[in-house]
Design a protein around this ligand. Structure first.
Ligand code: ADP
Length: 533
């Protein structure tokens, strides 16, 4: 095969703008003899276009540098990335001219002035030095591009990982509920189930954090704002995660000091912030220590403080504590696990609310304090202000107890379309215990066939199915039966608002994010049962 001459890269080109005389021609001749790639530009417009395509150096004659050209040149160079500092070589008439041109180039600081007559060796050495510097700049650009790409892939991976982890969690949670429904025979059974339930809950939170951190990073979280009382949020967080019991089981004394503080925020996200901080305080405080959660208003801010007498944070670590994946090496933190995502999430959510968070510690072994400040919506008014003291922590929400009687009024025919075998079968067991009749399909096509043939009251359909995805399954069922024949419920690991919108458009009536809370599912089915009679 004949060898094609290698086309020099755009980034190796030396652009020359010398509109009068023979400067451009002579310079290009000289540089070409040295094996360099030179492109004379007829006017400044061409020069700017070529710079945007890629260039190693621009050589300009003083005569070309009119005020408009200088102004536009500065703009064009400013549009290149932060890695770029295009070397310019300017031929001047010498004398005072050189200084005034240097001053005019001001912001374009990477300029070399060569006074005419220019010696060949001076020109060649200046061009070669500029070329070398420019190649380095392009290397930096490539490196930054690669890093940005790796970062993007990491974010995608985290989002995917979080999503994939939801499937096994759903199966574990379903099976646990089946065991609860069947009833426990021995005390040991109950204990083991409680361990699985606690650990599954822990896993669910880690997966949620993982997904939320990538969404905060990608700017995809939208707050559902309303007037919120931080005292109530704190109370909910303590009750829902049963943090008092958790603290007690770690041998810790948990004190709560709050007053009503009204802010403008998303209650779910605010709860996440407070829960994360309290859970950390529990995690990083050895037995016998104490924690304080306080909510107060100070000046024009709602302030949440979580203080502990635990392992503390070193001065070097303090500035990094809110960066993703940061973990202080300590046997306790490792033994308790954690992804180093809680605090970045806290900071991201607090900042979305227009607030700020800081960490304080007098050093290792001397405890920590996390202080979150939110803009206040209004002065506390609900109760007398300034009340402060401990308030009762409501009794723990009852854990699922054996035979808890959900779905007592079963009687629906339900099709489950789910490719994950454990998820499918554990859900079938649960629904059958609740008294429903269940049929299974393990992929989208089978799902459509069984829905059309069996015409169940309800189809519970996973979205991420092989071949035909859940949305397509819903569309095909709806195309045959219309909207009021069968209830379609999506069960999916994809929890983003766009995913929900797509599913509802495809014909689903409801949308549940995995791992589905069985109590929620039971309520939904009871409502459908009431409607179908
Ligand atoms: P993790 O999942 O590791 O707990 P976080 O982002 O919540 O991740 O916390 C990051 C690191 O900050 C932890 O690994 C721990 O070293 C440190 N840290 C967080 N909270 C506390 C605390 N209350 N006391 C001491 N160290 C803490």
């Amino acid at each position: 095969m004949p060898e094609t001459p290698e086309t020099p890269s755009l980034e190796e080109r030396i652009l020359v703008l010398a509109p009068t005389g023979r400067d451009a021609t002579l310079t290009c001749q000289l540089l070409s003899q040295e094996g360099l790639c030179c492109l004379p530009c007829l006017d400044e417009g061409t020069l700017f276009l070529e710079i945007e395509q890629g260039a190693a150096v621009a050589i300009l004659a003083e005569e070309a540098l009119l005020p408009w050209t200088l102004h536009t040149l500065v703009e064009v160079l400013g549009r290149q990335g932060p890695w770029s500092d295009l070397p310019l070589i300017v031929f001047t008439r010498g004398g005072g001219n050189s200084e005034s041109i240097l001053a005019a180039l001001g912001p374009v600081s990477n300029a070399t002035i060569l006074e005419r007559p220019v010696r060949v060796s001076t020109l060649l050495s200046s061009v070669k030095a500029a070329l070398r510097a420019r190649r380095r700049q392009y290397q930096v650009r490539d490196l930054l591009d690669r890093q940005a790409e790796a970062d993007r892939r990491k974010d995608e991976f985290l989002a995917m990982l979080g999503h994939e982890l939801r499937n096994p969690l759903a199966a574990i949670r379903n099976s646990l509920w089946v065991l609860d429904e069947v009833g426990s025979k021995t005390e040991q059974d109950v204990r083991q189930r409680e361990v699985i339930a606690r650990q599954a809950k822990h896993l669910v939170r880690m997966v949620d954090d993982l997904l939320d951190v990538s969404r905060v990073t990608l700017g995809k979280i939208i707050l559902k704002r309303q007037t919120v009382d931080l005292e109530e949020v704190a109370s909910r967080c303590l009750n829902e995660l049963d943090l008092a019991a958790l603290a007690a089981s770690h041998g810790l004394d948990l004190r709560v000091e709050t007053e009503p503080v009204t802010v403008d925020g998303d209650p779910v996200r605010l709860e996440q912030v407070i829960c994360n901080l309290v859970q950390n305080a529990i995690k990083y405080t050895p037995r016998g220590g104490s924690l304080t959660l306080s909510v107060h208003s100070e000046d024009s801010e709602g302030v949440v403080r979580v203080r502990d007498t635990g392992v503390g944070i070193s001065l070097e670590m303090l500035p990094h504590i809110f960066e993703p994946f940061t973990q202080v090496e300590s046997s306790r933190s490792r033994s308790e696990g954690g992804l180093g995502l809680g605090l970045p999430l806290v900071r991201g959510l607090v900042e979305l609310h227009g607030g700020r968070v800081e960490a304080r510690s007098d050093g290792p072994g001397r405890g920590s304090e996390f202080i979150v400040r939110f803009p206040l919506r209004q002065k506390p008014a609900r109760r007398s202000t300034g009340r402060s003291g401990t308030w009762p922590i409501a009794a723990a929400s009852p854990a699922a107890t054996p035979g808890n009687g959900h779905g007592q009024n079963g009687g629906l025919s339900i099709l489950i379309v789910e490719d994950n075998m454990d998820g499918r079968e554990s859900l079938r067991d649960l629904l059958e215990i609740w008294g429903h009749q269940v049929e299974l399909a393990e992929n989208g096509l089978q799902g459509v066939e069984r829905a059309l043939a069996g015409q169940p009251d309800v189809a519970l359909i996973d979205i991420g199915l092989p071949g035909l995805d859940g949305n397509e399954v819903a569309r095909r069922i709806r195309a045959v039966f219309g909207t009021d024949h069968m209830s379609l419920i999506a069960m999916t690991g994809y929890g983003q608002p766009e995913d929900r919108r797509r599913a509802l458009q495809a014909g689903f009536d409801s949308y549940l994010v995995k791992p589905v809370d069985p109590a929620h599912l039971a309520r939904l089915l009871a409502e459908l049962r009431a409607v179908t009679g």
